[in-house]
Design a protein around this ligand. Structure first.
Ligand code: TRP
Length: 331
């Protein structure tokens, strides 16, 4: 089975955009690949050096992953900082990563601009840490969004460079795995763009019925179509996209017909949409609550995941040491 690795930075709760954009695809992939899904808590130190809530955040993501259906018996799910071997590989990769190429990456430049008082070395070497995460398990596929393409190119470059420098065919070059049809882009409720935490337009999996309703009722609309069968402007199209995902076909068609004959009342559509989003999320929400009350289970999952991830990591790092030339003294 091919190996897949993907990491998520623990920056808060999962929202519908995360769920339909990635997590749902992960759930499918765990049946088809040897999956390693991890929580990138070290990476989050590059932007949040004082991690008051780093443990909480990792806990939250773990809980929500499980509630969504990531199955620790199928996939290896772990916390990055539980696998110290990653740091050793990070160090080796950093020895062959050059200042110029690291400085040139767009994400470094962007973050350096955003936090000019904290342009730290971790930020600069973010791509080597990410490469270490991936190469550690010799993954050949990495499901990531477009924004990670440059980091993926770096990971391939570091893999190739390692192989060339040491004259081996050790690390496979990891391909970016476009989630393609498996992922659905969830629009925001503010009329444009996609749903995101920083956009402030997200519905979280943990949101209760009242919160969902409040957010949906506030969604941007217009004064309604005046011509039959008009093209839907983006904010309206967005509501229909959501409806298509969470509602039945009948419901979708019902409102679509109303739109087409100009009799639609957005208030009714939103009410239905809120109800259907709630119905979709309720079982996940209940599992989130159940799991978060079961610390013992969470601890067990994290321990078991770390053990499985370390097994693969130790194997790689031992071979890497041997390739580089580290041998036990006296042997
Ligand atoms: N950089 C990724 C992001 O911000 C998170 C990440 C860290 C990752 N290490 C990874 C993703 C390894 C895939 C594989 O989304």
């Amino acid at each position: 089975m091919e190996t897949v690795v993907s990491g998520i930075r623990p920056t808060g709760n999962l929202h519908l955009g995360n769920y339909f954009g990635a997590v749902k695809a992960f759930i499918q992939m765990q049946h088809e690949y040897n999956c390693y899904f991890f929580i990138a808590d070290w990476h989050s130190l590059t932007t949040h050096p004082k991690p008051e809530n780093i443990v909480n955040n990792a806990n939250t993501i773990l809980t929500e992953y499980l509630a969504c259906g990531i199955d620790p018996d199928l996939a290896t799910i772990y916390i990055q900082s539980d696998v110290k071997e990653v740091l050793e590989l990070y160090l080796y990769l950093n020895m062959n990563a050059y200042l110029g190429e690291l400085e040139r990456t767009t994400s470094f430049k962007e973050k350096a601009r955003k936090q000019p008082d904290n342009v730290n070395a971790g930020l600069l070497t973010y791509p080597t840490l990410m490469a270490a995460d991936i190469l550690m398990h010799k993954a050949i596929k990495v499901p990531v969004g477009k924004d990670q393409e440059q980091n993926m190119e770096m990971a391939r470059k570091f893999a190739r460079r390692f192989n060339t420098i040491y004259g081996v065919e050790f690390f496979p070059e990891p391909a970016s795995f476009s989630l393609g049809d498996r992922a659905i882009k969830i629009p925001g409720l503010d009329g444009s763009g996609k749903m995101g935490k920083s956009e402030g337009n997200a519905i979280y999996l943990i949101d209760d019925e009242k919160t969902i309703k409040k957010k949906v009722m506030k969604a941007v609309t217009d004064s309604g179509p005046t011509e039959p069968n008009s093209v839907k402007p983006e904010p309206i199209e967005n509501l229909f996209t959501l409806l298509e995902i969470v509602s039945t076909e009948e419901t979708y068609n019902f409102f679509n017909d109303q739109y087409n004959n100009c009799s639609i009342r957005y208030g009714d559509l939103k009410k239905q949409l809120a109800e259907d989003i709630n119905a979709y999320c309720a079982p996940i929400r209940e599992r989130i609550i159940d799991f978060s009350n079961n610390k013992e289970y969470l601890a067990k999952v994290a321990t078991q995941g770390a053990e499985k991830a370390r097994e693969s990591a130790i194997k790689t790092i031992e071979e890497v040491r041997h390739i580089i030339g580290f041998r036990p003294i006296g042997k």
